[in-house]
Design a protein around this ligand. Structure first.
Ligand SMILES: C[S@@+](CC[C@H](N)C(=O)[O-])C[C@H]1O[C@@H](n2cnc3c(N)ncnc32)[C@H](O)[C@@H]1O
Length: 469
């Protein structure tokens, strides 16, 4: 009989070997260790910093083994109690971003010591005792620091809540949609009208219940198109989500090579143009990018593109992706569909893809789909050790994910939570889903194309190359 493996010991082994590699990678790059007492971001906190493959995998393994260990150690009842009140953290952060707390704490006489709660309450004209309770809760969750009783200061995490930073948009905007709309999911799933409950169209969603409207959220006649201010807000939140995956997409795929015999990148359903702007900044040799989206996005896209100083190479163009593409027959392009197909049913996704297939026929144009391909949440006790997988990565410059070690789920559990969280939001807002490899492959085939290659990235998406079948 084989001896039972200790899950705790196995996860601990993954944790220690990955932490060792992470620390040596920090030292190799002459970075200090991150600190819980720091008020400034660490260089690795910059969303444009791309860790070398070995460091990226070591960090991913460390975080996922910590998460699994926590699951083993935490009391289930305490976990249930904490999660039942988890909205306290979200609303506390939203308040912190709205009263511009990071900026107030920065302006303290000594930002390392932070600011007295009495001063913060006075500046923000809020109730001191309530504010102190709310802030202490978010500090417990890792946002901001309490440096001495009643004194609050910034920390690494709180820096992302500053005005104009991705975290502040996500907390202030997505929260509005995500928090409120998720709240209607149980109502949707148990709706007394079976036709509503089982519907898969975008007008019978948790969002429709929340917003009390029959309009779909997206689309040419959708709610966002009729409410341009909301479309712009949503694009800002989407762009902020994009920041988390952009670096991996930009550096883990050979864009310049692919563009050699092409006229431009066409970023269809490109929103405010976050990805195109990131690519334009990273690759000055790529001369032309076109962000195509609905007319309601023009203003915010042009503003964003100008803010990134790339308006000479990145242009906005109106295009409904259900209609023939205006670029068809005009040249050779790399078409990108990032975070678009997951918004639509298989039927609608196939229609979008067919329009693009028409652009690929008789040209050198290609199609790239950027979306996460979800895996089941399974894990196994028999798998290569983290230590062996990490040592095989040493010196590698091209990113290749390591296989999950024992007791770490296939897509590294919490580490890929973003993709699974977006999936829930899609279900709630649009009656649509993130794809798996098989569902993506099926839809692409319905449109007369096939998957050529799936490229992993140092982010929560894959870059999938498509060709005509
Ligand atoms: C989830 S966002 C993704 C935006 C961007 N690609 C990104 O990765 O951040 C989906 C985008 O599709 C656009 N969209 C929705 N319906 C469209 C249509 N019929 N034609 C063109 N764009 C559309 C939306 O305006 C939005 O910008």
């Amino acid at each position: 009989m084989s001896e039972a493996i200790s899950e705790i010991s196995s996860l601990l082994e993954t944790l220690t070997s990955s932490i060792d590699v992470f620390k040596s990678e920090l030292a190799r790059q002459q970075f200090s260790e991150p600190s819980l007492s720091a008020s400034q971001p660490h260089p690795i906190d910059d969303p444009t910093y791309v860790p070398p493959p070995l460091m990226y995998e070591a960090r991913r393994l460390a975080v996922s083994s910590l998460n699994q260990l926590r699951l083993l150690l935490e009391s289930p009842l305490e976990a249930a109690i904490n999660i039942s009140m988890a909205s306290g953290e979200i609303q506390g952060l939203r308040l912190a971003a709205e009263i511009e707390l990071p900026e107030i704490l920065d302006a303290a006489t000594d930002p390392e010591e932070g600011e007295d709660i009495r001063v913060i309450a006075e500046r923000t004209k809020t109730d001191q005792r309530k504010l102190e309770g709310i802030l202490r809760h978010v500090v417990k969750k890792g946002w901001f620091r309490e440096t001495k009783p009643g004194y609050f200061a910034n920390n690494r995490r709180s820096n992302t809540l500053r005005k104009g930073r991705p975290g502040s948009y996500l907390i202030k905007i997505s929260n509005d949609y995500v928090f409120n709309v998720h709240g209607k999911l149980p109502e949707l799933m148990t709706h007394p009208d079976e036709s509503f409950r089982m519907a898969r169209d975008p007008t019978h969603t948790a969002w429709n219940i929340f917003a009390n409207t029959d309009l779909p959220f997206f689309g040419a006649n959708g709610w966002t198109e009729k409410n341009p201010t909301e479309a712009q807000k949503f694009a800002l939140a989407m762009g902020s989500l994009g920041v988390a995956s952009d670096s991996g997409v930009v550096y883990d795929f050979p864009w310049v090579e692919l563009l050699k015999d092409k006229d431009a990148i066409i970023d269809l359903g490109g929103g405010q143009g976050t990805l195109s702007c990131s690519l334009a900044t990273a690759y000055p040799e790529i001369k032309s990018f076109v962000v195509q989206d609905l007319p309601g996005l023009r203003e915010s896209a042009e503003k964003f593109i100008t803010s990134k100083s790339v308006s000479d190479r990145v242009k906005f163009e109106e295009q409904n992706f259900f209609e023939p593409n205006r670029r068809r027959g005009t040249g050779n392009y790399v078409f990108i569909l990032q975070r678009v197909l997951h918004d639509w049913s298989v039927e609608d996704g196939t229609k979008i893809l067919r329009q693009l297939r028409d652009c690929l026929v008789d040209s050198k144009s290609t199609l790239i789909i950027i979306d996460p391909l979800l895996s089941p949440a399974i894990f196994t006790s028999k798998a290569p050790s983290a230590k062996d997988s990490l040592s095989a990565l040493k010196g590698k410059r091209h990113y290749q994910p390591v296989p999950p070690p024992p007791f770490i789920p296939q897509d590294f559990g919490d580490n890929w939570l973003t993709a699974h969280s977006v999936n829930i939001s899609l279900i709630a807002m649009l009656n649509s889903f993130e794809h798996t490899y098989f569902s993506m492959s099926h839809m692409v085939e319905l449109a007369g194309m096939k998957i050529k290659k799936v490229n992993a990235t140092r982010g929560y998406v894959q870059v999938t190359e498509i060709e005509i079948s």
